[in-house]
Design a protein around this ligand. Sequence first.
Ligand code: ARG
Length: 456
Amino acid sequence: MALWDGRFSGGPGDDMVAFSQSLDTDLRMWREDIEGSRAHVTMLGEVGLLEDDEVTALLAGLDQVHAELGDGRFVPTAAHEDIHMAVESRLTELVGDVGAKLHTARSRNDQVATDVRLWLRSRLDALDVALDELLGAILDRVDEDGDVLIPGFTHLQRGQPVLLGHHLLAHAWMISRDLERVRDARRRMNRCPLGAGAMAGTPHPIDRHRTAELLGFDAPIDNAMDAVAARDHLQEAAGVCAIAMTHLSRQAEELVVWSTEEFGLVRLSETYSTGSSIMPQKRNPDAPELVRGKSGRVAGAVTSLLVMVKGLPLAYNRDLQEDRQALFDALETTTACARITAGCWRELDVRRERYEEALRGHFLLATELADFLVTKGVPFRDAHHVSGSIVAHCEERGVNFSALSVADMAAFHPAFDDGVLAWLDPRAAAERRTSFGGTASAEIARQVAALRSISS
Ligand code: ARG
């Protein structure tokens, strides 16, 4: 018998019971459901809608349900339909008639909205911690290996020499914005729907400000219909996760590519690698590959939530029961991926010697030749053309710039003199880029300090 069956003479068929239940998903938020009920009961007592002894009995009963759910003595079934019904039915079994007063001045519509907000708030906090840990791991890696000179890539082709710190900090800044987005989303969602009822509010003298306070929300939601119908906080949180996952996935992609024998720039820790069941020599970068793969699922979660809500008339519709799977998956997956990625960075072995090899050849200093001419008053476009001609000349002869004398270069442009030799050193090239945000080590130090102050 369902708690709502007053107007029914039969009941739903078994297949409908199985189809309509949300218990399997809702079970993840049974603590939040009880927490919401505790606040509701306390408030009902304070405003005189419950007697003191009723409050005492209901709170003791809720504690008992909490204990039984915690240790598995009470196992809700599909017949309970959802976690709200499960908790209320068990409570009523335990405390008797007074259990029937719990649902005064509330509806499952505001109850589920409250539970999900409580769940989301705590999981945004967990994601905050995980992203903060990841940011710290990247910054520590910069402290450790940031001075290594590497080829900066465009189009995955070697472009200009930069310091590894410069490259890693680009990832760190993206993660710092993910952290900001998490904090922003949390601030906006921290409003309480409880007491909105089905959608219209209630004739009883409840105090929604008090329940909001008891549950740690900043305020009650202003409009009771908005309180039960809105799901933009879920969309926003999943969106924040999806964006963060694109960042994690880009880091993962580089860890995969850089750890190949072909690139050979890093070695992933064994902790985050696995072997092959057939090829004994393999050490595969499974952790970053999984992160890259899971980013697709989280992008899918945002799409689910957007599409699910867009055609819904106000206020509550049962479609909204489908919101949690996507939300839970997005938050849990992103938090797990941030933790694993932090571990990968912490235990990464940067193969310094390989970077030096990667810097040799490939005309990484072609921009330097052009910039040298610019210091001599040659317009950059012309200088770029001259440098390009020197590259073509060297390619034809199968040599690098180091094979050219100053006189050879002067044949391409009279402004070349001995001063150019100081420009043909990759580290000097990187260190010369002292413009704000450039790859010079002073700029790296400035950014590390700025990011350390963002991280909590
Ligand atoms: N299980 C429902 C959900 O998750 C709870 C709200 C039910 N409300 C209703 N009017 N049927 O959305």
